[in-house]
Write a protein that binds this ligand. Structure first.
Ligand SMILES: [Zn+2]
Length: 331
């Protein structure tokens, strides 16, 4: 009996190490990658490549600290561009910041590194004929330096209200006072149920999508294109590297993708935006708008309801593949 029990105890570890299980895991990973690849098509190719193909090992201090001195602008600066009648792109070549214009002022979505605040956001608004003093809210998709280092400046200089997920506020407020870009004062905190933020004629649906960080937020909001009003989905946390072997972290990220995909579908979102211009090609797409108009082509950001859903399929399937890589036994 004792020998039988002992055999039972070692059976699971034998199963886990068996080539059959390893092969099953490998083929399941392949299946998720194939599904993501088909979903990506040409629309979301960069997102697919960056999320689905095995990444190089992370440096131990990921995310890396922000350099104290701004890097050479030749490597990141991009001019501001009008994308829709009420939406302006104020990003760098790597990261997006957006200005959503309402009847009562501006909502800034993500703020980039601190060195981009003045050249991209403040000067960008002025170049486009907008007034930075009209910034009423700053929505931070998540508390990483490449998206939030302008928040303290916009809060103290223009009195803008800062909106962040509750757990990311806690992380932010633990920063030292001399953190790059400064530390914003605690302001509007978004809990697990999300919220609607209304400014004048515009309402932004804020959807918590924890995973990339515990307080990551995504959004659904209206954009105007001539006489048409369309709905845009904004993905707030993209990269999933460094999640480790705890399945719960992966499952949270995957559940979040499904939640924002559903919110996008419910709102009939046909425009897809994110916070990483290097992934979603925001800079290139924005530059193509006049050419597309001239050629009678569709607006480059209006990808259609089905493509918006495919974006989230890429996110979900790549996360499922990465979860298996990180958590399942393989050879
Ligand atoms: Zn991040």
């Amino acid at each position: 009996m004792r020998r039988f029990l002992k055999a039972l105890c070692i059976l699971p570890s034998l199963l886990l190490a068996s080539p059959a299980v390893a092969q099953t895991t490998a083929s399941r990973i392949d299946a998720h990658i194939e599904t993501a690849k088909v979903a990506a098509g040409l629309d979301w190719r960069n997102t697919f490549v960056n999320l689905c193909l095995p990444a190089t090992p992370l440096p131990p201090n990921f995310p890396p600290p922000t350099p104290a001195v701004a890097p050479d602008p030749a490597g990141w600066y991009a001019p501001p561009l009008k994308v829709f009648d009420n939406l302006y792109w104020l990003g760098t070549r790597q990261h997006s910041s957006w200005a959503l214009q309402t009847s009562e002022g501006l909502i800034i979505i993500d703020t980039n590194f601190h060195w981009a605040t003045d050249p991209e956001i403040v000067s960008g608004l002025l170049t486009l004929g907008l007034n930075p003093r009209d910034i009423k809210y700053v929505l931070i998709s998540h508390a990483h330096g490449d998206h939030d280092q302008g928040a303290a400046t916009l809060q103290s200089r223009y009195g803008a209200r800062i909106v962040m997920g509750a757990p990311d506020w806690e992380d932010t407020l633990r920063r030292p006072a001399d953190a790059p870009g400064g530390v914003p004062r605690r302001d509007i905190s978004v809990g697990r149920d999300g919220m609607n933020l209304t400014l004048g004629d515009t309402t932004v649906r804020i959807v918590p999508t924890p995973g990339h960080t515990p307080g990551t937020l995504s959004y659904v909001f209206p954009v105007k294109n001539g006489s048409a009003t369309l709905m845009a989905a904004y993905s707030g946390g993209t990269i999933m590297r460094g999640f480790g072997a705890d399945p719960a972290r992966w499952d949270e990220y995957i559940a979040s993708q499904r939640r924002i995909a559903r919110a996008a579908a419910d709102a009939n979102a046909t425009v897809m935006l994110s916070n990483h211009s290097e992934f979603d090609g925001a800079y290139t797409r924005a530059r193509l708008i006049p050419a597309a108009r001239q050629l009678g082509e569709d607006h480059p950001f209006i990808v259609g309801r089905e493509s918006v859903q495919r974006y989230f399929t890429v996110m979900t399937e790549c996360a499922m593949a990465a979860k298996l890589r990180a958590t399942a036994p393989q050879r």
